[in-house]
Design a protein around this ligand. Sequence first.
Ligand code: ACO
Length: 329
Amino acid sequence: MIGKARGDPISITGLGAHVPERVLTNDELSTIVDTSDEWIMARTGIRERRIAAPEQALTDLALPAARAALAQAHVEAKDVDLLVCATVTPDMMFPTSSALLADELGAPDAAAYDLLAGCTGFMYALAQAYGMMAAGLAQRALVVGGDVLSRILDWTDRSTLILFGDGAGAVVLERVERPGFIGFELGADGGGGIHLSLPGSGSRRMEDAEGNGFVHMNGREVFKFATRVLVASAQAVLGHCGVSVDEVDVYVPHQANVRIMDHAAGKLGIPRERMIVNVDRYGNTSSGSIPLALADAQREGRLKKGDLVLMTGMGAGLTWGSGLMEWTL
Ligand code: ACO
């Protein structure tokens, strides 16, 4: 799916993020599995990640992120009429985490649902919320992306354990004076889905499969997929919207692995200083990755009003998705 926004004056007016307190360093990981700080840094650029406390579930991370986004937008929760939560690790399958969040925040009139699109979930949710607002179905949306992947990792599997961390982010979408969103490109390839899967997590009978309930990943295949789609999706949305890559001020790729991100920025021709990188501190936080990176960029003064922002996510499905917008905050 590819589309240029119609110019509706809709944009992000609030941004928030939250990560658990507990920091897990590479050195500490090397006491759990056979790995080292040198190996992890060289292959991924990840130095440390945050891990949720045993009693913390997704909504415990998402709630502070959502409250911060609402506060920045000066929006009261009761005025939110759409709440989408992108995650692969909801508190439980149902009630949905979005419904729980709407209740805790105090948004009784909001349509609330969870969205499942792997690590690309936030980009899908952003596009949907924009679409619902542009169609006049919603007036004020809260889009949350977050995951507690530490719960679905095999803590004896060094090839996946080193990559992921926990965290959540949220944005508020409102009607504003000047249009923020310019276009989106979203896609999926279920044929490659097996390369990143969670066996035993749904209605497909998997009693005999080993490692049920844990993330299974073919790292090399996902690496190849990621380097390909980060570039192709970004080029597609830029081309469709008639925007040159030189005009991109802030590039926010999915924070999966510094090598993948550097490759994408290089192929696209985006100078590294325009790319937001926080995977070194948080690892891959799945649906939380892009809003967490946006929040960091804002805090560091790297997201300014008028900046052209290019975001691209990719992940399980396999899925990918890009969004192009002018920052209006
Ligand atoms: N520590 C030390 N050695 C390791 C580790 C580790 N943590 N993990 C694997 N190795 C070993 C392997 O056993 C292998 O040893 P061998 O040569 O003796 O067989 C060697 O290191 C090389 O293994 P590769 O898998 O080929 O290493 P690669 O360079 O591909 O790096 C990595 C692995 C980092 C996982 C890489 O493939 C990658 O980043 N893939 C993409 C993963 C990703 O981004 N996934 C998520 C995207 S979607 C989403 O966000 C949910």
